[in-house]
Write a protein that binds this ligand. Sequence first.
Ligand code: PAF
Length: 287
Amino acid sequence: MLTVNAVEGLRAHVGRWRKAGMRIAFVPTMGNLHAGHMSLVSRALAHADRVVCSVFVNPTQFGPGEDFEVYPRTPEEDRDLLTAGGVHLLYAPSVDEMYPYGADGATRMEIASLAGQLCGASRPGHFAGVVTVVCRLFNMVQPDVAVFGEKDFQQLAIIRRMVRDLAMPVEIVGAPIRREADGLAMSSRNRYLTAEERERAPELYRTLVSLSDALAAGALDWPALRAEGLARLERAGFEPDYLEIRHGEDLSIVGPEVRPLRVLAAAELGRARLIDNVGLSGPDTDR
Ligand code: PAF
């Protein structure tokens, strides 16, 4: 696996591959890689001749008081995993390389209405930071296809929307959520959980599954189901941020009878903010 830190090197390698007629896939990450990320890499390998993966902890998507400083950084382990996973090029830029005029002064993207709801409501500016860095990374890598996980379902929907709105020539592929054996969605932030919180954490997924099962069975009183779900999470020690249903493609606000439908939640458990979602009997879920 090639490792490059500067855009010139990245462009030289990718340019050579492109000249040889190869299709390029891209997997952007913030590092601290786990099996969830590696499933994105497998998908990317299935879609292209060459796979580029970036590791960059992006300061512009963290709000004041969030975990940017302490976000887990594990460069050696990441490099080993990516090498073993068959990635062809690791792009690991510094903050200066990504934002030559400083992260605060960088030209920023604005996004459509999707950004102010769900996670965006409690993390103002987060999705603007995500699309800013993803747009910049797309311009640097110029991939044919890019793979994003469905765990960050709102991020995936916002990136699809950005690509459509700005006519970017990149195919966006969503990859199903990878879960631990007890159902907890894999996430770098799971390492913030204490042993005791880790035991309780799968209750988030179980709650989403039971709501989704009720909806699939024809239940239509979403406010009642939602109240039940929130109470269940609180009993398990979570501080819920939101528990909502949305259209399963564009995240528009819809009723419980609509398909495809997603049930989405975010909740704090100790130091960790966990997010998860479940699709209603669509092919795009690994349930
Ligand atoms: O999903 C992530 O890890 C990040 O939001 C991304 C897409 C790499 C942008 O920093």
